[in-house]
Design a protein around this ligand. Structure first.
Ligand SMILES: [Zn+2]
Length: 400
């Protein structure tokens, strides 16, 4: 890539020849804000199919207006997942722009969290995670179309509606499209207020531990009972000892339930665990350890269910190359792009897990994802748009 680049220091190198990114993307800032506002104001909680479908239909129209061919992957339980194909002149592997349009916010959240601009930020439910990312996709495609009469290479957009609830229904679509792609750019929020992209993400799993003991009257028959809660307490201590911070391996017992009445020795207790791994090979090890748990009290029975949901996104050579390309583009724009390894998973984990070069966290810059102060920095929008546009061009130019 370096050898091909002109030494002139021309800021235009690496993206559409006719585009001067320093002013071009600045001029689009207000349109971007308006587009994000439209998307935020169509609420789309993961668990409300009707609401999510409303936004899906709106997005399909937006992408179609840019020349894309939308199609829905139907789902009975969650919103239909939206795929949009932009065919290039050459029939080579597309760049996959990946994201989701569901949010964690229930319908009606806008009443208390209105979408508005103040203090240089745009605020609102899902503005960072990840409706600004979708608006950046639209802008990048629009710019690429404006600077080429036809797109020279293909782009596929995949926006799923169940990312916030584990991507069960969309996973196979994401994986099959990734396998046909040259690279995957994930427009999830960037990391921190400097806008670092994500080059490593932890893998995520969920396990359910169920203890069955023996009920008895706590006054009359104390010795006949076997407390599932006491057993669970010991198991939780045991599970906590599996944590290995140095390896990036964490287990969080996030939910515990048990018992029926205060004067009954509890016959049942359940715990739900969130497991995070930084390395793929820890998946089998931790699975084996959890399934090998034995009851301390022989009158109690243990059942372990669950498994890893998303593999870790490791910083492979393909990931590193994409990051280098992105850093070069940022440098030409006069800023330094940082990278980060984070604990949260996304659908980028799925595509990276298949060995497809993936760069995540290319979306909006802000803070407060999933929280009442969710917001993005408006001033960062132009250069994020320039970065995504330039990166698509760069992938087309160098790896196809
Ligand atoms: Zn997200």
């Amino acid at each position: 890539m370096k050898s091909k680049r002109k030494k002139s220091g021309s800021i235009k190198a690496g993206w559409p020849k006719t585009v001067d990114p320093s002013s071009y993307f600045d001029e689009r800032k207000d349109d971007l804000v308006e587009c994000i506002r439209q998307l935020v104001e169509i609420e789309s909680p993961s668990d409300n199919k009707q609401a999510a479908d409303r936004l899906g239909a709106f997005l399909a129209e937006k992408f179609e207006a840019l020349g894309g061919k939308p199609r829905f992957h139907k789902s009975a339980s969650v919103g239909d997942h939206l795929q949009v194909d932009f065919a290039g002149r050459r029939g080579d592997n597309p760049v996959l722009l990946l994201g989701h349009f569901d949010t964690v916010y229930p319908l009606g959240t806008l009443a208390n969290m209105p979408c508005q601009v103040s203090e240089g930020r745009l605020w609102g439910p899902g503005v960072l995670d990840m409706k600004s990312g979708i608006a950046l996709m639209l802008t990048a495609i629009d710019v690429l179309r404006a600077s080429h009469s036809d797109l020279p290479h293909s782009i596929t957009v995949l926006l799923v509606s169940d990312e916030e609830v584990g991507s069960d229904s969309s996973r196979h679509i994401t994986e099959s499209l990734a396998k046909q792609s040259a690279a995957v750019l994930v427009l999830e929020p960037s990391y921190g207020l400097h806008g670092a992209v994500k080059t490593a993400r932890k893998g995520v799993g969920e396990y359910i531990v169920k203890v069955t003991g023996k009920a008895a009257h706590s006054g009359l028959d104390f010795e006949k009972g076997a407390s599932a809660i006491v057993e669970m307490a010991k198991q939780i201590t045991n599970i906590s000892q599996m944590i290995d911070m140095k390896r990036g391996l964490t287990l969080n017992v996030g939910l515990v339930q048990g018992g029926t009445r205060v004067n009954v020795i509890p016959a049942e207790a359940t715990a739900v665990l969130d497991v995070r791994i930084a390395k793929m090979k820890d998946a089998t090890a931790i699975d084996r350890k959890l399934r090998a748990l034995k009851p301390f009290n022989r009158k109690c029975r243990l059942e372990i269910d669950g498994g890893m949901n998303r593999p870790p996104m490791e910083r492979t050579a393909g990931v590193a190359t994409l990051f280098e390309k992105a850093s070069e583009i940022a440098k030409r724009l006069g800023w330094k792009l940082e990278e980060a390894a984070v604990g949260g998973g996304s659908d980028g984990n799925l595509t990276a897990g298949l060995g497809i070069p993936t760069l995540d966290g290319l979306g909006g810059v802000g803070e407060g994802a999933h929280a009442t102060h969710e917001s993005i920095l408006v001033s960062e929008l132009p250069r994020r748009a320039a970065l995504v546009t330039g990166l698509i061009e760069e992938i087309w130019r160098t790896s196809l």
